[in-house]
Design a protein around this ligand. Structure first.
Ligand code: SAH
Ligand code: SF4
Ligand code: F3S
Length: 472
């Protein structure tokens, strides 16, 4: 089952460690870095690894990208606008580089894995010094060395992106919240989606490696771990070690206070996992369960492999098992051939499920995917009009959901001072909703503290810190 997965060998990692030392001692090495990240949590976490790798070579983070000696763009290509934004910003930096010729520019991430992109960068972006794909991230020390020592451009996008590299240094953005990847890639081939083409085949990390990382994080004072994968519900299907539910149980034993995971594909949401969600005390009462559309016809065309009825049945089971659970979702409007009736079914589903919040997207054709060749593209005005209706409906639902939470007692993982009202603290409840609260103290930062919910804002809750209440 696992032949296609290439574990990066200890020898390969040692080789990179040697390059890292060479860069560190090099007279021409960049002193500072700045990473611009687009896309999902997986990219955000990859950027933490890039930062860890650069720090290992002695670089420090620059206050702005304009001041940095090395700027890395970690790109996303999920939709056309993500790609255009990245390319626009890379081009803009060309002007800055004119005044600061020693500046190095690197481009990596999903966009680079797209067919023809390496050639395009070579030709059209001559000021880009380093470009590499998602599977080559661990080789950054080598690329940087070749660039500064030999003064040449390094463009390396491997065809074989289905690798796993263990033990890379990570510089976490937060001291009390951490991402842990449990799997990489995706085999689902939803007809609209580019991810399987740019992130490679689905592959799981070994449970022992994940647990070791989680234990180290807990020992380091981390309160919340978010497990990452494009389809975490199929964790371990390639390994035959333990199931995702069993992994969650082992993770609870590490003593982590709060555990989240994303993303769950509805077709792989098992009864075993629902039972585990009810039982596991570390698991936050939140599930991101992308539905994409409320019409069976469109779901089939999307190759999602569940019906609206099956989805709603899973939602019912989840709410039975975990009554306080908050659900969030992703929705695509204007998929090729979407009729007004199909769209009305999406609206009806949103009204029925009552999500805490939803990410809404206009369908964007991606070259190489099946949906890109489907007939029935919708005019931009229709797409815009539909997404506006959908957003308005979800806002109404969010307001109702938040209102129903007034009067609850919740544990809030405090992140810092509220930006708008400095006297208040802000953090996230188990359902991942932002809560601004009074009566907080600076020593609450990084702690889960009891808060009584007194009111709502738009997309947020308001509350007050009460030492004497129980929560969760
Ligand atoms: N693996 C996750 C999602 C990853 S992409 C999952 O299956 O849920 C995040 C979201 O982007 C998707 O859920 C989908 O709603 C949206 N998306 C993906 N491809 C898209 C496209 N071509 N056009 C518009 N939205 C898209
Ligand atoms: Fe894309 Fe579907 Fe895989 Fe999610 S499950 S990453 S939407 S192909
Ligand atoms: Fe984008 Fe890649 Fe994530 S395409 S959404 S950054 S997996």
């Amino acid at each position: 089952m696992r032949e296609h997965v290439q574990q990066i060998t200890p020898e390969q990692l040692t080789e990179q460690a040697q390059f890292s030392k060479l860069v560190q001692g090099h007279g021409k090495r960049p002193q500072s870095y700045y990473i611009v990240t687009y896309g999902c949590q997986m990219n955000a976490h990859d950027s933490e690894t890039l930062a860890g790798t650069l720090r290992g070579m002695g670089l420090e983070q620059a206050p702005t990208r304009e001041q940095a000696d090395l700027v890395l763009f970690n790109t996303c290509c999920i939709r056309d606008n993500a790609e255009r934004r990245a390319l626009g910003n890379i081009t803009w930096l060309k002007e800055i580089k004119r005044d600061r010729p020693h500046m190095l520019i690197g481009v990596c991430g999903c966009m680079m894995q797209q067919q023809g992109m390496a050639e395009k960068v070579l030709r059209q972006y001559p000021f880009v010094d380093i470009a590499f794909g998602t599977g080559n991230l661990y080789r950054l020390p080598e690329y940087l060395y070749l660039t500064i020592e030999e003064g040449r451009r390094v463009i390396d996008v491997s065809k074989e992106e289905s690798t796993i590299a263990e033990g890379l240094p990570v510089h976490r953005d937060s001291p009390f919240k951490a991402y842990v990847s449990i799997m990489f890639g995706c085999d689902n081939y939803c007809s609209y989606c580019i991810v399987p083409y740019v992130r490679g085949r689905e592959r799981s990390r070994r449970a022992a490696d994940i647990l070791r990382e989680a234990e180290a994080l807990v020992a380091d004072g981390v309160q919340e771990i978010t497990l990452l994968g494009q389809n975490v519900n199929s964790y371990g299907h390639d390994l035959h070690e333990i199931s995702f539910a069993q992994l969650l149980r082992r993770l609870e034993d590490t003593g982590i206070r709060r555990l989240r995971f994303m993303t769950s594909h509805p077709k792989d949401l098992s009864d075993e996992l629902i039972e585990e969600m009810a039982r596991n005390r570390a698991l936050a009462p939140h599930l991101h369960l992308p539905v994409q559309a409320g019409s069976d016809r469109i779901l089939t065309a999307m190759n999602r492999r569940y019906t609206v009825r099956e989805y709603l049945e899973k939602v019912r089971k989840l709410r039975n098992a975990v009554p306080e659970i908050g659900l969030t979702t992703d929705l695509i409007v204007a998929f090729p051939g979407e009729t007004e009736e199909d769209f009305a079914q999406t609206m009806a589903l949103v009204e029925q499920v009552r999500y805490d919040s939803a990410f809404t997207f206009i369908y964007s054709p991606r070259t190489g995917t099946k949906a890109a060749s489907l007939p029935g593209a919708l005019p931009a005005e229709v797409a815009t009009e539909r997404i506006e209706r959908l957003i308005a409906l979800q806002e109404k639902m969010t307001a109702q959901v938040l209102q129903n939470l007034v009067g609850r007692q919740m544990g809030i993982l405090t992140e810092g001072q509220s930006t708008r009202r400095k006297s208040q603290m802000t953090g996230k409840c188990g359902r991942n909703i932002s809560v601004n609260y009074t009566g907080g103290r600076s020593d609450h930062v990084g702690q889960i503290v009891p808060v009584y919910i007194t009111g709502t804002g738009s997309n947020t809750l308001r509350g007050e810190y009460r030492e004497d209440i129980s929560h969760e």
